[in-house]
Write a protein that binds this ligand. Structure first.
Ligand code: HEM
Length: 413
């Protein structure tokens, strides 16, 4: 036993975080979240570097942490936790608002809010539809079996974010591989840093060209040049970091969500039939996918900047906290029978937090929702007999990614 300065007794930590998913139910959060939520909803755990940090497992406490002014999202604040050496290097590699605190966070983020407003994103709908139709045409023409991740789920968000930012799509293979390195929890920190650097050098060159000849501002990076950088309201270096963050966040996430969403639907044919019979169910189905899979399963690292009470537990200044979305989204107090995937779920006003909560909640959520909605409005209309081409237990998951997903997904129709 150790006695904390507060006088509280703490047992020695043997609970090592992150917890593993159960081999038999890869789509469910690690079962440890459910047992801990019952007995000790804010739990002390040990991480790879021996740090003792808190894990928050209830929705209410999750929201309290992410809206409290007493937590920092910056890896430069002493005590900031990480789940692996690669993740520590990735957090340090961000020099932009995702790891900044107020007021700098808000100042930088506001540069981009107009770009992600619902109305502006909805204007992309015809383009998203056209891109998806072309990808499906190509997959159908090649014939079954096809790898749905490689042929459709990954290229859709990748084409869309490239065109939106003004990044030539012919460069996507290299950029995608750099993104994937940066999202890998097990990669060497040196390779991760090198990947971040290479990505920044690429965006740096591209942005300089756009600053010199921004044209009509037809893409996001050109508009940043015209409206912010050239008039001296944003530095070139800041804009490079934002461009790299958007490219990274823009496709690894949505691509994995599309694959897992399709898998959950295919595991329950009745839900596919319900979607075909009533396409108005698509919006609810997309929200249920976001909640159920909570793909950014290693997100929301924070560190307390003052002593603060969360859920009756004192968290001291300098102590790290993880507030994982998958824990909050599977809290039975917020969502009854949380481990059931149900596109008809009545949420009774409770909203999921797959895009997180508070000031750092996902900037790209209107874009992610648009892509997911177009995908699931179209897919079963075009391919009503779509099915897995291998037994479900032959599927391989990306367990070592900061974003959870499928490595590949053989399908037939
Ligand atoms: C299904 C798809 C997506 C999911 C589940 C998702 C989830 C999240 C989550 C949980 C966070 C908070 C991270 C944290 O605090 O640790 C976040 C932040 C962010 N996301 Fe997404 N995201 C998705 C798609 C996108 C897309 C398409 C874009 C943009 C192109 C994007 C851009 C961002 C940005 C810029 C932030 C940082 C916001 C800030 O710190 O103020 N995301 N996202």
């Amino acid at each position: 036993m150790t006695i904390e300065p507060s006088g509280q007794l703490h047992p020695p930590e043997s609970d090592t975080f992150p917890w593993p998913r159960a081999a038999a139910c890869p789509l469910h959060p690690p079962p440890r979240y459910a047992s801990v939520r019952e007995s000790e909803p804010i739990k002390r755990v040990k991480t790879w570097d021996g740090s003792i940090v808190w894990v928050v497992t209830k929705m209410k406490d999750f929201r309290d942490v992410l809206t409290s002014p007493h937590f920092s999202a910056s890896p430069h604040t002493p005590g900031y936790p990480s789940v692996s050496p690669a993740r520590a290097a990735q957090s340090q590699s961000y020099q932009t608002f995702i790891t900044m605190d107020s007021p700098e966070h808000g100042q930088r983020r506001r540069t981009l809010t107009k770009e992600f407003m619902m109305k502006r994103i909805d204007e992309l709908r015809p383009f998203v539809q056209q891109t998806l139709d072309a990808l499906l045409d190509r997959m159908i023409e090649k014939g079954a079996p096809a790898d749905f991740i490689h042929d459709v789920a990954l290229p859709l968000p990748s084409v869309v974010i490239s065109i939106m930012l003004g990044v030539p799509y012919e460069d996507h293979a290299r950029l995608q591989s750099l993104s994937s390195n940066r999202m890998n929890l097990d990669i060497s920190p040196a390779l991760l840093r090198q990947s971040a650097q290479e990505m920044e050098q690429y965006i740096d060159r591209l942005l300089r060209e756009k600053e010199q000849s921004p044209g009509d501002g037809n893409d996001l990076l050109s508009r940043l040049a015209i409206e912010w950088i050239n008039p001296g309201k944003l530095s070139h270096a800041d804009a490079v970091q934002m461009g790299a963050l958007l490219y990274l966040a823009g496709h690894e996430t949505t691509a994995n969500q599309i694959g897992l969403g399709l898998l959950s639907l295919l595991e329950d044919r009745a839900q596919v039939d319900a979607l075909i019979a009533d396409p108005s169910l698509v919006r609810g189905a997309v929200e249920e996918m976001l909640r159920f899979h909570s793909i950014t399963h290693m997100n929301s690292a924070r560190v307390a900047t003052a002593d603060v009470m969360i859920g009756g537990q004192l968290i001291r200044k300098g102590e790290g906290v993880f507030a994982p979305v998958q824990a909050a989204n599977h809290d039975p107090d917020a969502f009854p029978e949380p481990d059931r995937f149900d596109i008809h779920r009545e949420t009774k006003g409770a909203s999921h937090v797959a895009f997180s909560f508070g000031v750092h909640q996902c900037l790209g959520q209107p874009l992610a929702r648009l892509e997911l909605q177009v995908m699931f409005e179209t897919l079963f209309k075009r391919l009503p007999t779509l099915r897995l081409a291998v037994p479900p237990d032959a599927l391989e998951f990306k367990r070592n990614g900061n974003v959870f997903g499928l490595v590949s997904m053989p399908v037939a129709w």
